[in-house]
Design a protein. Structure first.
Length: 243
């Protein structure tokens, strides 16, 4: 299993000159490498598995304000949770095919209606637990708050869809779903496998329990009850090697 060292950030800054690195290193109790403007810890205790679904690298503590400032200038997307910032894994070709299929069908079926789908550039905040993240697809409906003024952050989606990969499936099914359940407006959480044929739709029932509905056959149709739309499994997996 490949490993990657922690990338050092100081007051939200993660790019340094050679002189800044040397000054930092002279005052640090531990050793660091410097490469192309980045400072990396050499402490073995601070290594993280790259396959950890939460992070490709793991930053030291940041305030919420520091995270937002850092993210606005970063070329990569990051999650923020309880003071820690986590790089989000990139998507593979199969993931992107499924996203394109799903998003296109959602946009077509929801056109002219009160609900709108957004892709993974839409940053979402959960005020109840202070998670910032970027769902693969999130759907917001009229009467809810799609935008938090000034911070380019959305909240209160009705439906969230995550496309699973080997590195994210455990996190998306477990810890992340637990955090998503704090969203008071969330009605359905849908997981689409990108490595085998399968869709899991978790629906909040009338007594506030989450029920699982599974789809594993190519001729089935995914029904999203909160939006009253149906999407064929065959179209979700079009142009993939799974059909």
């Amino acid at each position: 299993m490949r490993k990657e060292r922690l990338l050092v950030a100081i007051n939200g800054k993660s790019n340094f000159t050679e002189a800044e690195y040397l000054e930092f290193e002279n005052n640090s109790p531990e050793k660091h490498e410097f490469y192309q403007g980045k400072i990396f810890s050499m402490n073995e205790d601070e290594f993280r598995n790259v396959e950890d679904p939460k992070a490709a690298y793991h930053k030291r503590f940041m305030t919420e304000e520091e995270y937002l400032a850092f993210e606005d200038t970063s070329e990569q997307k990051h999650e923020y949770y309880q003071g820690e910032v986590f790089a989000m894994a990139g998507a593979g070709d199969q993931h992107n095919e499924i996203f394109t299929n799903l998003f296109g069908m959602l946009a077509t079926q929801l056109k002219g209606k009160t609900c709108r789908p957004y892709g993974s550039d839409k940053r979402m905040k959960i005020p109840q637990n202070n998670l910032y993240t970027y769902p693969d697809i999130s759907i917001y409906c009229k009467g809810q708050s799609p935008f938090e003024s000034g911070n380019k952050v959305s909240q209160d989606p009705t439906v969230i869809i995550e496309i699973l990969s080997e590195s994210t499936r455990d996190y998306d099914r477990g810890r992340k779903f637990k955090l998503y359940r704090d969203i008071p407006t969330l009605k359905e959480y849908i997981l689409v496998d990108s490595e085998s044929l399968g869709v899991e739709n978790f629906k909040l029932n009338s007594v506030n329990h989450w029920e699982l509905e599974e789809y594993q056959l190519i001729d089935q149709n995914l029904f999203i009850a909160s939006l009253n739309i149906t999407i064929p499994m065959r179209e979700i997996y079009e142009n993939t090697n799974l059909i």
